[in-house]
Structure formats: structure tokens, C-alpha cells
Design a protein around this ligand. Structure first.
Ligand code: ADP
Ligand code: NA
Length: 339
């Protein structure tokens, strides 16, 4: 069997929501629980990425703790997966600098995320931060420093992974080395989960309306009230039609993806079963299904969050393992460059 290393990360910028879970985090746990013996799983809370926009230090510290608790609550096991805070392993920043000396500013300037985030600030380059521009270089360093072979990401990140491969190949070519391994992208199979209040936008940690997202910490009552308030339409009956019925279709997607033991083989089939029912019945079924998944996660999260001693130990041991993994690459990289 060939060696396989999976790397992925999430920003500790708030409690993960159902979109994070269905689109990314649940896959992390699946990979861990079904891994072949020579697979290494490395999952990072990417706090250095989080500071590419202004963060309140106290808030960020709290979010880091909450996010670590959540990774454990969903079922990541520190004995099987390496779980760590990115800033605890300086090799990420160190490799980023070395890669920055290879990366093309033209290529970075064409990144969709950079263009989106800066579209409103066209005339104020004084305000645009270098860290936001070089975000993909840090992301490339995250993956490459652990010699990741496979990186599970959402659709929005595919372009950044392409950049990481480009940088790795460029570096290897320039220095006549194989120190860096161009990673493969594993695009998440789950559809993008959309906002409950604005079904044309994705569910996101940063959407101003808290009713737009279901948090993995929400109580049953809160879940029910958010689903009840979800935007739908006044068309009769339940059909799956993302173009014409984005709100209803998003609820069906959530139902279909959340119920992992679902008897249905597609969203269309699950909609057919609900065809004669009311919107209220659909919403009740969505809320029941989400609650039955979130219930265990929420309870486990609450226990973990108060166990500071355990959280600190997990973070310290994760950082130690991640540092060892990164050191192998840094030695080869520095040697190739002449450092
Ligand atoms: P957010 O956009 O909410 O701040 P992150 O950027 O930290 O979330 O993303 C963490 C992971 O969750 C990424 O792999 C991303 O692709 C995935 N993700 C984020 N939002 C959604 C969504 N609405 N639906 C599906 N996956 C999502
Ligand atoms: Na994001």
C-alpha cells in the first residue's frame, strides 16, 4: 500500500455551522474512521489564516478553544488524527516565507477569493493587507509542509489547491529536488449548504443574520425556530428544484445529507416521498433530522469545553506531532535552497 497523508483546516472564527459539518467536518471524521493503516490524518485550526482580517484577541482565543472542543465533539480522535493550532507550529510560517520567494504576484492577484474580498476597496490599496493577498501561499505551506497527498476541501478552495500544486512543482523544478509533494484535491461530495434566510448565499460563519445558520451548538428549541423561519416559497407541494425553489431545495438538501442512513438515493426521491405534505411537515422533518444529529455533538461539546486541562493537553500533543511531521519537510526544503 502507498502512503497517504490527508491534511485539512478550518478557521477558528466561530462555532462551526451545519454547512461546515456537512461540507467538510463530517468527511474528516469519515476519513479517520475508515482509514487504511498507512494513512495519516492531520487537521488544523488555522488561526494564522483567521488574522488576515481584524480579530479581537479575546474573542479569537475563545473561538480557538470552542473550535478545538467541536473537532473533538464531532468524533475526531487525537489518538488517530493529529489535531493542532496552526500558530503552534512555526514551520507553517517559515515555509510560507520560502514559498513567497517563489510565488508569482500575478497568479495571486487572479485568485477569485482575493478579487471578491477586494472588489469594494478598489481605490484604497492602503487598506488592503499583504496577508490577505498571500493567504493562498500560507494555505500551500500548510499542505506542503506535511507532505499531504490528499486535501479534502469545498468547491471554493479548488483554485487554491491548484496554486499549491503549481508552487510545489515550481519549487521542485527550480531547485532540482522532490522535497515538496503536489497534493491531490478531494472535493467534498456534499452540496453547498445555503443560508436559511437568504438561500442564494451560502451558509457562513460571517453572515450578519444569526438565523441564517444552524450552529452545531444550537439547542433543540433554537434549531426548530430557525428551521421554522427558513425562507421557502408559496408554490403548492414539495418538489426538488434548486433553480426555481432554492429555499425548499436547500431544506431537502439538508434533510438528505444530514440523514446519513437515509433510505433515499437522491434528493428528488426524498422530495417525492414528501410531495403531498405541507411546508410545515417538511420543516418538522428537517428539524427532527438535524436535532437527532446535533444532539450528541452538542452534549459532547459542552462537556469538552469545560475540560481546559484536557483541551490543553490535546493541543500540546497535536502540536508536537505536527512539528515532527513538518520538520522532515523543512530539512529537505532548507537543504535544497541552501539555507
Ligand atoms: P466559513 O465560510 O463558514 O467561515 P470556513 O471558510 O472556515 O467556513 O470553511 C471551513 C470548511 O467548511 C471549508 O472546507 C469549506 O469549504 C466548508 N464550508 C463552509 N461553508 C460551507 C457551506 N455553506 N456548505 C458546505 N461547505 C461549507
Ligand atoms: Na470562508
Amino acid at each position: 500500500h502507498t502512503r497517504k497523508t490527508i491534511f485539512s483546516g478550518i478557521q477558528p472564527t466561530g462555532v462551526p455551522h451545519l454547512g461546515n459539518y456537512l461540507g467538510a467536518l463530517r468527511q474528516w471524521v469519515d476519513v479517520q474512521d475508515n482509514a487504511a493503516p498507512n494513512t495519516t490524518m492531520i487537521y488544523s485550526l488555522v488561526d494564522l489564516h483567521a488574522i488576515t482580517v481584524r480579530q479581537d484577541p479575546k474573542q479569537l482565543r475563545q473561538w480557538k478553544k470552542e473550535s478545538l472542543s467541536m473537532l473533538l465533539a464531532i468524533g475526531l480522535d487525537p489518538n488517530k488524527s493529529t489535531i493542532f493550532h496552526q500558530s503552534d507550529v512555526p514551520a507553517h510560517s517559515e515555509l510560507m516565507w520560502i514559498l513567497s520567494c517563489q510565488a508569482s504576484t500575478g497568479y495571486l492577484g487572479r485568485m477569485t477569493q482575493w478579487k471578491d474580498k477586494t472588489a469594494n476597496e478598489k481605490d484604497s490599496s492602503e487598506k488592503l493587507k499583504l496577508g490577505l493577498f498571500s493567504y493562498p501561499v500560507l494555505q500551500a505551506a500548510d499542505v506542503l509542509v506535511h507532505r499531504a497527498t490528499h486535501v479534502p476541501v469545498g468547491h471554493d478552495q479548488a483554485q487554491h489547491l491548484e496554486f499549491a500544486r503549481e508552487v510545489a512543482n515550481g519549487f521542485n523544478h527550480t531547485f532540482g529536488t522532490d522535497a515538496l509533494i503536489p497534493p491531490e484535491t478531494l472535493i467534498s461530495p456534499a452540496k453547498r449548504v445555503m443560508s436559511l434566510t437568504d438561500p442564494l448565499a451560502k451558509m457562513s460563519k460571517s453572515h450578519p443574520n444569526p438565523k441564517s445558520r444552524i450552529l452545531l451548538t444550537d439547542s433543540e428549541e433554537v434549531i426548530r425556530s430557525k428551521v421554522k423561519a427558513a425562507v421557502t416559497d408559496s408554490i403548492d407541494g414539495i418538489t426538488y428544484d434548486p433553480e426555481r425553489r432554492p429555499g425548499v431545495s436547500n431544506l431537502i438538501d439538508i434533510l438528505y445529507h444530514t440523514d446519513s442512513r437515509s433510505a433515499y438515493s437522491s434528493q428528488e426521491e426524498s422530495a417525492k416521498d414528501l410531495a403531498g405534505r405541507s411546508m410545515r411537515a417538511l420543516k418538522e422533518r428537517v428539524a427532527d433530522t438535524v436535532e437527532s444529529t446535533v444532539k450528541r455533538i452538542r452534549a459532547s461539546y459542552e462537556d469538552l469545553l469545560h475540560d481546559e486541562f484536557y483541551l490543553d493537553r490535546v493541543a500540546a500533543e497535536g502540536a508536537e506531532k505536527a512539528a515532527k511531521s513538518a520538520a522532515v519537510t523543512m530539512k529537505a526544503v532548507k537543504n535544497a535552497v541552501g539555507l
